[in-house]
Design a protein around this ligand. Structure first.
Ligand code: SF4
Length: 441
């Protein structure tokens, strides 16, 4: 990160402050512009002296007191998602979050260039710490939690009490609560209507027409997700990719169907659809045969160059606003890699999203989070990643699949309580970003 910054801002100085620097850290002081202080009596003068505080942690545990300390001094903070974990900070409002060296350096330089942003972040960071992380307030919250537990006769081995927002200091206001209830009621209504629809006797009776054509182009995939029964389909069923739908068969299917003529959306998925060498030809055909339809492509986002290059070719025939790319984000860093069964998978995914943002900023991107007991604690960090990268975010529970380990889908009751609380926090933070609650609802 520092070499990128130094190239653009030659006078930049990096101060590494703190006790017990390792040999490797001490060696860094040989680089021009890098100072290693070692143990200091008081970190505050260093924070007040700094223009920007950075925390580029790739792995860590627990809430970062050092980030809160910097925010308390009104020093703007740039950090990774991991560095901000557990802190109720919002990218662009009271912190800047980036997860790769280029983006990280760009955020630091933007702060140096943009005085308005600098002042806003400094002010809002201080306000956030005052409001939520003041020791007196935290002590009172803790007192209240103890009081709740003792008053309700709650016993330790029962897990956390089932409340939507245990953090009462930051609980939703009554009007926000109404808004949340409204969202939940509407969601229930959608589910009811879907069930009604499913119980009717097929499409003929209802007079409804299909609106979306979903084609699974291949079972081949370069991921090995623990929640998925597609990637080893060929092997388990003694099949091969050569038996999958060809372009000519797709043409036959679409050209000979009356129902599909008025389809509004075509979704291409897999496996990994970008592994099909003829994906651009398939898209050209879809545009010719169904010119009114928008196109969605679901990808795991791992093969950055292939995905970007083929999307650029597809965009020659589809306008930006009629093409969207959906992907999956089931965890950050190592958690993602373990779930996907691919080392370095998260870095590939993040690189693809960043390249889209830079090279094809008008293409709509989304990320879907598949909830399992392995990643329930990743919901908020993944939502934050999606939020800071401009991705629409969806979450759904993983559905047990026969060949996969049943443990993958074995929930404990306490898991749902924390998921419910995380969802409430996400809704709360979404609400805090909008001035138009009705529209949000
Ligand atoms: S990326 Fe999609 S198709 Fe591939 S293994 Fe994962 S869930 Fe299955």
């Amino acid at each position: 990160i520092f070499p990128i910054i130094k190239k653009a801002v030659p006078e930049a100085v990096l101060k590494l402050v703190g006790s017990g620097p390792t040999e490797n850290i001490i060696k860094l002081s040989k680089i021009e512009g890098v100072h290693v202080t070692g143990t200091v009596q008081d970190v505050n003068p260093h924070l007040q002296d700094a223009s920007i505080f950075i925390c580029p942690f790739k792995s860590s545990a627990g809430i970062k007191g050092k980030v809160l300390e910097a925010m308390a001094t009104g020093t703007p903070v740039v950090c990774t998602t991991r560095g901000s974990y557990g802190i109720d900070a919002v990218h662009g409002l009271n912190i800047l979050i980036a997860n790769n060296p280029n983006d990280f350096a760009e955020n630091v330089m933007e702060l140096l260039r943009n005085e308005e942003l600098y002042k806003k972040l400094a002010r809002n960071a201080r306000t956030l710490v005052d409001k939520k992380y003041d020791w007196n307030k935290i002590a009172k919250q803790l007192d209240r939690v103890y009081a709740d537990i003792t008053e309700s006769g709650f016993e330790a081995d029962q897990g956390v009490p089932d409340t939507i927002a245990p953090d009462k200091e930051n609980a939703l206001s009554s009007s926000d609560m109404l808004c949340v209830r409204d969202i939940i009621e509407k969601t229930d209504k959608v589910i009811e209507l879907s069930l009604d629809y499913r119980n009717k006797d097929g499409l003929e009776k209802t007079g409804l027409k299909p609106e979306e054509l979903h084609i699974e182009l291949t079972h081949s995939c370069n991921s090995r997700c623990i929640t998925c029964d597609i990637w080893d389909y060929h092997q388990r069923n003694n099949k091969s990719a050569s038996e999958e739908l060809t372009l000519d068969e797709i043409k036959d299917l679409v050209n000979n169907s009356k129902r599909l003529k008025e389809i509004k959306t075509v979704v291409l998925s897999g496996g990994e659809p970008f592994l099909r060498n003829d994906i651009v030809d398939i898209c050209v055909f879809i545009k010719e045969a169904l010119p009114q339809a928008s196109l969605g492509i679901l990808t795991n986002g791992m093969k950055t160059e292939t995905i970007l290059n083929r999307t650029k070719d597809i965009l020659k025939i589809f306008r930006n606003n009629s093409l969207w790319i959906g992907s999956s984000l089931d965890g950050m860093g190592d958690v993602y890699d373990k779930i996907r069964g691919v080392k370095g998978g998260f870095d590939n995914f993040a690189r693809t999203m960043n390249r889209f943002k830079k090279e094809l900023p008008d293409v709509r991107l989304s990320a879907t989070f598949v909830l399992t007991p392995f990643n329930a604690d990743q919901l908020i960090p993944c939502w934050e990643f999606a939020d800071s990268h401009g991705l629409d975010f969806f979450a759904q529970f993983g559905v047990p699949k026969q060949p996969r380990s049943p443990e993958t889908f074995q929930w404990k009751e306490g898991d749902f309580i924390s998921i419910k609380n995380d969802i409430a926090r996400i809704i709360q933070r979404e609400i805090s970003k909008t001035s138009d609650l009705e529209r949000f609802s």
